[in-house]
Structures are given as C-alpha cells and as structure tokens.
Design a protein around this ligand. Structure first.
Ligand code: HXC
Length: 534
C-alpha cells in the first residue's frame, strides 16, 4: 500500500518535531532514565553515604574504565508482590550491564540498597540472569556487587525461585568464566550461597556482613548475644571462616583490588591469562637468597622474601591473606605470565599444614588449573598439624582435598623444596610422585619421612632407653640421621628432584621451566567428574 504524503511519519526528514509523537517518547525515555538513576530517592542515597557506602552506580563507575559502562534493562520494572500495593521501581533494585577493566570486557550487576533494601525478586534476578548468560556466551568475567536484604519478602516463593535461578547459573559458569563477588552491605540467609559459589569473595570492613542466620535468630535459638560484625563481618570471614578472600577498609579500595585481580586472570577457560611485561630481566639473580634459610633448622624466616625476590617487579597479589596464614597463596608474574603460587610460610606455625591451610590451597589449585594458570609450589613444611582438634576436625578429609587437587591439575606444575619436606606433607606439596612436572630443591632442603628428632626417637628407641645418658645418645642419633637424610641429595640421586639449584638462580630456573612446559598436554580417561573428598 502506498502512503499519502500526510500519512508518512517523517516525509523527507522535514517533519515538525513539535508535532511528531516520537518526541514524547524521547522525553519519556529521558525522564524514565532519570527516575531509574535516582533509585530509592535522595534521602535514601544520603543514608547510604552516611553509612560509608557508595551507591550501586557510583560503585560501577569506580570499578570500570571511565565511560565504558553499557547498561541493560534500565527500564525493567518489578511485577510487585503478593501483598498488594507494592510500589514498582524502574530497574527493580539492581543495575546490570557490561564495561571494561583496563580494556577487557566484564559483565556485572550492582544491587541498589536504596530500592527496597536491594532485595531480590523476580525481575531483579532476571536482570542478573541475563548478564550472567551473556558473560558465559561471550567468555567474559562476571562480577556481582552485593548489597541486599535478601529474598524480597513481598514476592514470597517467587523470590526464592529467583535465587535458585542465580545459583544454577553460578554453577554452570563455574570453571568457564572467572566469577567474582563483592559483598558491600548485607548478604544474609540463602543469599550467601551465590558469593560462596563464585571464585573470589571481597568484603568491606564494618560495612558488610554475611550470615546464614542473623543475630536475632541466634538469640532466639541458642540464646547468645552477638553483633552483626562479630557474627559475620569482614574480619571474621577473612580470618576465621575463610569465606572472604579479601577484606578492604572501604568501597573504593575494594573495587580497586577487584581491578587488580582481573588483570591476572584470563577472560575464560579457553584463553591464556593476559601477559604484562614488567621489564624485570628473566635472568635476574638474587645473591641474598643464598642466605635466606637460617642455619638453625628450627628458626623461622619469611617466605614472602623469597616470593617477592623471584616474581616480576616483586609484585605478589596475595589471596586469602588473613586466613590460614601458614600457607601462602596468590598470583604473580614470571616473565610476564601469570602464575599461581602456593607456599608454606615457616613464619606462621612453622609452616605446618592444617585443615584450613589444606582447603585454602586446594581451592586455589583448582582455580588455577581450570583457568590455565601454571602452579609454582615453594615447600618448607614440617608435616601435618598433630592433635585431636585437627584429627577430629577432619584433617584427613581436608588434607586429601589438597592432595586430590594437585594430582588432578594438568597445568604446568613446578616445585622448589626450600627447606623441610617431611612425610605426607612432602608428597602432598606437589612432589614428583603426584605428577609435578619439574622439581627443584635448594641445598638447604631436608627431604625425609620424619624430622631428625622424631625419626631418631622411633628407630633408636631401645638404644636410647638402655643408655646411661639418653639425651646424649638421642642427640648423636639425631645428628647422624640429619647427615644421612636431611638433605636433598638422596632424592636427587633417585631422580625425584630434577636438580639441586643455587638459591640465587631460582627465578631464572623457574622461568626457563615455564617456557619449556608451555606445550604440555595431558591425557585423562573420559568421565563425568571425579569425586573430590569434599
Ligand atoms: C523486602 C526489604 C528486605 C527484604 C530490607 N527491605 N530487606 N524488603 N524484602 N528482604 C526493605 C526494608 O523494609 C526497608 O524498607 C528497606 O529495605 C531498608 O531496610 P532497613 O531495614 O531500613 O535497613 P537496615 O536497618 O540497614 O537493615 C538492613 C537489614 C534488614 C538487616 C538487611 O532490612 C533486614 O533484616 N531485612 C530482612 C532480611 C531478611 O530476613 N531477608 C530474608 C533472608 S532469607 P522501608 O520502605 O521500610 O524503608 C533469604 C533467602 C534466600 O534471603 C533464599 C535463597 C535460597
């Protein structure tokens, strides 16, 4: 059908905008966007600031490269609840979309506490689900900024279903794209399980808390008074529970750390991590390392000195820094490439492996493996932590997780035994026997079944007991054992250690090893998945 001139909505672009109906739509769009940007209104934004918290949009601005944010579903509104009379808000309490971090695309959501307490209902979760699906399809990291009163009570079971749909997506995306959670306000009830299933959780001191049941329920059920902070604040989760990998003093520092973390990670499991040349010579040696290990085997030293010495630009991005500090984990670069580092810390509990350290290490090893990040393991471990507390707390199960995770890992795996490597802990810490690719030892390494005193007490028990001076005999036997076993040479003779290296050369040897392992391939039999001892 041909239109007459008067029916044409824009004849040759000469229509008078004043009478063109689309003009109203432009105005509507402007006012709807303004309304959405206002969230819960000026008063609630002021309250948010008064609590030391930024708004959902301010957080996005800080997280992403300037001007890179592209928003989705700004006009999507909630369908209301089952009580009747609920106000419907544009954007429904969450801002979603994508943007870049140092030029690399990420998808994200940021909950708006000023709108119905950032609570999550049907529309809110559909928005989150949409960006999660995009992130998986295009292979980009996903970041969730949580600040929410949890399931929107007025929406009843629809709100619970909404959480279920997010949990589903968290699991489907696991191991495909990196998932990062920032908890920057309340996160309570079942809502905690989304951050818990993502790869890394950030919290903000004094402003955020996570718990399955809050202080009121604790009071009712077990008659205990406890504050929000003491029950589930950032410090508690960073130090005691291990739920938080990072805790920062405020929103600004927290979001800056997220940007730093992203820079170590590939965008998805099919990519390699980004390369960043810090102009640190590959063959740089550090003569001070020859003197790092004290002459007295019972004296502690700080493993971070070695870590900083070998990494490009001395930059170590520590993960879980306040939890199970007897094991250090984190990212760094060697020759520009990201590596995951697992190291015993002799300065804390003599570097012993306990349940928390094992779980901390195991999850990190699995993250690195799934995202193509080579593993470097620095060993100084006297053994597993003894005692009923650890045994009854399941150190057998937890230690098995670390063992399983290393064996399962197919990325390049390199180990340096710096000092002690005793018993089961020696095997677990990425030994040759469980599939490490290249194993080095320093001349100060002690690789044996037991430490010299414990070993002497067992194998010379009768002799010691029957001697006139048991202390002298014990110490003679201890010395004899140390000379025989407490060195790396027996292991090197057997080929369990590929080379005993000069400490000063460690960085160069590691980088050369990583280069040669770049083309590593591993065949595994087909299966649905293994059954890691959870
Ligand atoms: C609906 C909510 C809400 C929720 C907060 N609001 N949480 N509305 N559903 N879950 C609303 C409040 O009514 C209030 O609205 C506004 O948000 C701000 O909340 P305040 O209480 O004024 O803020 P504050 O004093 O800072 O306290 C924050 C809070 C508290 C501790 C989070 O709001 C609270 O306890 N909320 C309920 C938490 C909860 O039990 N959620 C369900 C958890 S179970 P007005 O209009 O009055 O200002 C869960 C299950 C998940 O989430 C299931 C997964 C399987």
């Amino acid at each position: 059908m041909t239109r007459t001139r008067s029916e044409d909505p824009n004849p040759a672009g000469r229509v008078n905008p004043a009478v063109w109906p689309a003009r109203d739509n432009l105005e509507s769009l402007r006012s709807m966007r303004d309304e959405a940007r206002q969230g819960g209104g000026t008063k609630r934004i002021e309250e948010q600031h008064a609590r030391g918290k930024l708004t959902a949009r301010e957080r996005i601005d800080l997280l992403l490269d300037e001007g890179s944010f592209e928003e989705f579903d700004v006009l999507k509104a909630g369908r209301g609840g089952h009580l009747g009379g609920e106000k419907s808000y544009l954007s429904d309490g969450v801002v979603t979309g994508h943007g870049s971090i140092d030029g690399r695309e990420v998808f994200l959501f940021s909950q708006d506490f000023t709108v119905v307490g950032g609570s999550l209902g049907e529309a809110h979760s559909e928005k989150i689900g949409k960006v999660m699906d995009h992130a998986v399809r295009v292979g980009a990291p996903f970041i969730g900024i949580n600040d929410s009163g949890g399931a929107r009570i007025q929406e009843g079971v629809d709100a619970l279903a909404a959480y279920g749909s997010i949990f589903n997506r968290n699991v489907q995306a696991s191991g495909v794209i990196p998932q990062i959670s920032c908890v920057m306000g309340p996160c309570a009830g079942g809502a905690v399980y989304s951050p818990a299933m993502t790869d890394f959780t950030f919290m903000v001191e004094s402003a955020s808390y996570m718990f399955v049941t809050g202080p009121n329920v604790v009071k009712t059920v077990i008659h205990q008074d406890i504050s929000f902070e003491d029950l589930g604040g950032g410090a508690v989760h960073a130090e005691k529970s291990g739920v938080a990998h990072f805790v920062l003093p405020n929103d600004i520092l927290c979001l800056r750390e997220v940007r730093r973390l992203i820079n170590y990670l590939p965008s998805n499991n099919l990519q390699e991590p980004p390369i960043l040349d810090l102009q640190d010579p590959i063959d740089r040696t550090d003569p001070a390392l020859d003197y790092l290990v004290p002459a007295n085997p019972n004296q502690a030293y700080d493993m971070k000195v070695l870590i900083r010495s070998i990494l490009d630009g001395a930059e170590f991005f520590e993960v879980h820094g306040r939890f199970a500090r007897n094991l250090l984990i984190g990212f760094g670069r060697l020759g520009g490439k990201t590596i995951g580092l697992i190291a015993n810390q002799p300065a804390v509990l003599a570097g012993v492996l306990d349940s928390n350290a094992s779980v901390k290490g195991a999850r990190f090893v699995r993250f690195c493996d799934v995202f193509n990040i080579p593993l470097i393991c620095l060993v100084d471990v006297p053994g597993f932590m003894p005692g009923p507390e650890q045994e009854h707390g399941g150190i057998i199960r937890h230690g098995a997780k670390l063992l399983y995770a290393f064996i399962e890992a197919t990325v390049p795996r390199i180990t340096v035994v710096v000092r002690k490597a005793y018993g089961g802990a020696y095997i677990v810490m990425n030994s040759k026997h469980i599939g490490a690719d290249i194993n080095y030892a320093w001349p100060t390494a002690e690789i044996a079944v037991l430490g010299p005193r414990g070993a002497a007490e067992v194998i010379y028990r009768k002799e010691i007991r029957e001697s006139s001076d048991p202390h002298v005999v014990l110490s003679e036997k201890e010395d004899f054992y140390r000379k025989t076993f407490a060195n790396p040479f027996l292991a090197a003779k057997r080929g369990y250690i590929d080379d005993v290296i000069f400490p000063r050369d460690t960085r160069g040897r590691l980088i050369r090893s990583l280069q040669v392992l770049e083309g590593k391939t591993t065949q595994r039999p087909k299966r649905k998945h293994g059954n890691i001892p959870l």
